[in-house]
Design a protein around this ligand. Sequence first.
Ligand code: SF4
Length: 352
Amino acid sequence: MKSVKRVVKIGVVELGGNNPVVVQSMTKTKTRDVKATVNQIKRLERAGCELVRLAVVDRKDGAVLNRIKKSVGIPIIADIHFDYRLAMQAIDAGVDKIRINPGNIGESWKVTEVIKKAKDTNTPIRVGVNSGSLPRKILRKHKHPTPAAILDTVDDALAIFRKNHFRDIVISAKGADVKTTITVYEKLNKRFVYPLHLGITEAGLPFRGGIRSAVGLGILLDQGIGDTIRVSLSADPVMEIVAAYEILDSLGLRRHNPVLISCPTCGRCDVKLASIARAVEQRLKRYKKFMKIAVMGCVVNGPGEAREADFGIACGKRTGLIFAKGKEIKRVKEERLIDELFEVIDENIDNR
Ligand code: SF4
């Protein structure tokens, strides 16, 4: 069952409460390159991204935030490290949320200044703690970035927010590995009422990173923990969105774009199933509705799976069966399978 957290509004998007888990990503362009950054955000939006974070490295980045915000349709979040003045600049620019890491902002009066400005402008703040940047005093006490050390850091950080009666907070606290991160979030979930941002930090290239994120985020989400997720991948950020929705869909938490299922093939398969599946996946990109498409290799399990999906094909020897909404529609030649499948899909759905 989902843990119900305090609702925090980030522009038009709500985190917490009974809201669905929100999908977010981060741009990989130089923020000051407005054209490239806006283009990337628009691609992310089209893929289903609901919140986007931008690195604000210096005042030049801060100076373009307002222009970027006006050019895109989803709320933007300024990601700030080290210099509290950049957080002040980002809030003045009208960003929808800021992310700070209190561990590297320095003296508490600097954090207090940011909190005061955020309070005056109703700007939420994500308190993002990372195991790689814990304060020295915490590391002296715990020796290593253990879950207890990470939790102590969050506690310390939140004390300043409490003192200033600031509650529009989202928390993230990531460990160096998947298991530490899971332990930390299970404890955060019990301890705090604030929405939780989940992510597996430095997850890696798409294959490894996708698996690590699916394991870490999946275990937490399945316990009802987490209000927004970011899948971190060393790749085009659009892949992060695709992976995020796959994770949410596999747990039945969000339905987004079409989902393709295909069989792994075995000695019974007489067609090039992987290339058929890839071609179907490619053509599905122009569909924005949730539907399940099954591409199956033979008549043993194929018809059963294809019948369970919204649309499906069960391949045979030089021919295949096409299914729609649980019914066998027609038998067609192998070379016509994909075209005929999409003709059936188009006859049955409204893709506007
Ligand atoms: S659907 Fe047929 S070809 Fe595919 S794995 Fe199952 S038995 Fe093998």
